[in-house]
Design a protein around this ligand. Structure first.
Ligand code: PNS
Length: 169
């Protein structure tokens, strides 16, 4: 990648899963600085607040045994391409799981390229142990009392269990 390459890995991270963590650490190896960018609203109603999502991503990265080169976690509101400009990013990183992700990602990468042709979207294929994990299914399993420990960190699993038992912290 070119010069001092800044990459942005955007998402809702509602909540962060092991699949996201895998993409974060792999992406951090190919850019000089990685910004994990958490969408404040993105027109969606989130299960966890922005503050909670930021905290979960930050503590997930901090407690990982993996080497942490240059990773920053930030929130953004508005257009991703405006945020990419602000932080001088050259690439957007997205994880790609199954074929079902493709249509949405293809559209988004195309629209973003029109908005800012200088920023490339780079896809990392989910690794085989993570390709089925999604935040949506993690929440569904958690809501029904299932075991989510294979899909998210201990801290996130605890937070989900608390939330579904009606306890707010
Ligand atoms: O993890 P997600 O929910 O798939 O992430 C989607 C996200 C946040 C990357 C996307 O919704 C986004 O970029 N939102 C910011 C608003 C924006 O730029 N929309 C136009 C996209 S073409």
């Amino acid at each position: 990648m070119s010069r001092h390459c800044i990459g942005v890995y955007p998402g809702s991270f509602d909540p962060i899963t092991n699949g996201h963590m895998d993409v974060i650490f792999r992406a951090a190896k190919i850019v000089d600085k990685l910004i994990v960018a958490i969408a404040a609203s993105a027109g969606k109603k989130h299960f966890f607040t922005l503050r909670e999502r930021l905290a979960m991503v930050r503590s997930g990265i901090a407690s990982s045994p993996q080497k942490r080169p240059s990773i920053e976690v930030m929130a953004f509101d508005g257009l991703l391409m405006d945020f990419a400009n602000e932080v001088k990013a050259a690439v957007i990183i997205r994880g790609l799981r199954a074929v079902s992700d493709f249509e949405y990602e293809f559209q988004m990468a195309g629209m973003n390229a029109r908005l800012n042709p200088k920023v490339e979207t780079v896809f990392l294929m989910a690794s085989d142990s993570n390709h089925f994990i999604s935040s949506r299914l993690v929440k569904e399993i958690g809501a029904l009392g299932g075991d989510v420990s294979h899909f998210v960190s201990k801290a996130v699993a605890k937070k989900l269990a608390k939330r579904f038992s009606g306890v707010n912290d």
